[in-house]
Design a protein around this ligand. Structure first.
Ligand SMILES: NC(=O)C1=CN([C@@H]2O[C@H](COP(=O)(O)OP(=O)(O)OC[C@H]3O[C@@H](n4cnc5c(N)ncnc54)[C@H](O)[C@@H]3O)[C@@H](O)[C@H]2O)C=CC1
Ligand SMILES: O=C([O-])CC(=O)C(=O)O
Length: 317
């Protein structure tokens, strides 16, 4: 039994994520939350979703609200509220404006749902995770971001396509920023359980092109259809399913690390973490030299942007 709340449920990602999450058996109650003035739209969303429940036999309590205090009693709160980027913009361009929305939301979440887990989706997601952690005053294992989970899935699909194997045969990770400075871990990439560098065909793999495709996926989709929806929606549902099923899967999400990776840290950033009902726990890892350098650069970038954003928020007060 679990209550899941989606803040930003009137948006592209929030509404699709809601529908995907409604397929998870552990979810017995779902609250769709939007801004004041969006009551009719939310009502319409609920009715539309209920019709789909009837078609597939889903049973759950579905409600909507425009009052953030109604997050009370939630087990997982997903925050997708805030502006998306437009074609040509960088995710980091959204940082200050979205941080204002997130800080206000996180404060109320911390007060009203102190036992909940808070999943940040709003971009730039690593910085927003840090803002949410600070303003909610929740514990680090309670607040996490979608991070590089979606990027890792994008790379996994490309590798599976290249080697003509089922995606379940490929394990790979991208760590660091959900953005330009993300770092692929080829050292942690396996196909059918075999380390990718031990496959004779490995030298031919177009690493650079694959990473360029992953880095530009969001921008490409936004330019062509306005928003990324299905990828993030399914990625969010995977995290929710893993947590509510207490599965202890290791997924690459944005979590607070102190110094767990080669002494690098003090930022919310994409790292492999164990996910269960209690929360999200980054796994200490060892990387290859080149990967360490890339990860350090990524963490430095996010730490300094986070500090800048937090200072702007303090100056607002
Ligand atoms: N981390 C990731 O992998 C991904 C992150 N995103 C991010 O998720 C966020 C939402 O994206 P979309 O759903 O496409 O955008 P959207 O514009 O369709 O929806 C935005 C939602 O946020 C709400 N919102 C906007 N400004 C607000 C404010 N000032 N106060 C309260 N609520 C506000 C809107 O009412 C709406 O519900 C964006 O920041 C986007 O960049 C999107 C896809 C993947
Ligand atoms: O690219 C964007 O702005 C949305 C996003 O984060 C993604 O789909 O990776």
């Amino acid at each position: 039994m679990a209550k899941v709340t989606i803040i930003g449920a009137t948006g592209n990602v929030g509404s699709f994520a809601a529908h995907t999450i409604s397929e998870i058996p552990h979810v017995t109650e779902m609250l769709l939350m939007g801004r004041p003035g969006r009551e009719n739209f939310l009502e319409g969303c609920c009715r539309d979703m209920s019709d789909s429940f009837a078609a597939r036999g889903t049973q759950m309590r579905l409600a909507h609200s425009t009052r953030l205090v109604d997050v009370e009693g939630s087990d997982i709160i997903i925050c997708t509220s805030g502006a998306p980027r437009q074609a040509g913009q960088d995710r980091n361009d959204l940082a200050v404006a979205n941080a204002r929305v997130v800080a206000e939301t996180a404060e109320i979440v911390g007060e009203r749902a102190p036992d909940a887990l808070l999943l940040m989706v709003t971009n730039p997601v690593d910085v927003m995770t840090a803002v949410a952690l600070k303003y909610s005053e929740l514990e680090p294992w309670q607040v996490f971001g979608l991070g590089t989970h979606l990027d890792s899935m994008r790379l996994k699909a490309l590798i599976a396509g290249y080697f003509k194997v089922h995606v379940s045969e490929v394990h790979t990770r991208i760590i660091g920023e959900h953005g330009e400075s993300m770092v692929p871990l080829w050292s942690a990439t396996t196909i059918g359980g075999i380390q990718i560098c031990n496959l004779p065909t490995f030298s031919g793999i177009p690493h650079r092109e694959m990473m360029e495709t992953v880095r530009s996926s969001g921008q490409f989709i936004i330019k062509n259809k306005g928003a990324t929806v299905y990828g993030p929606g399914e990625a969010i549902a995977t995290l929710v399913r893993t947590i509510l099923g207490d599965e202890n899967r290791i997924l690459t999400v944005s979590g607070y690390i102190k110094s767990e990776v080669h002494g690098i840290g003090d930022a919310c950033i994409g790292v492999p973490a164990r996910l269960n009902r209690k929360g999200v726990f980054p796994v200490p890892i060892r990387l290859e030299e080149q990967e360490v350098a890339g990860f350090k650069a990524s963490v430095d970038k996010i730490r300094s942007l986070t500090a800048e954003v937090l200072e702007r928020l303090e100056n607002d007060c």
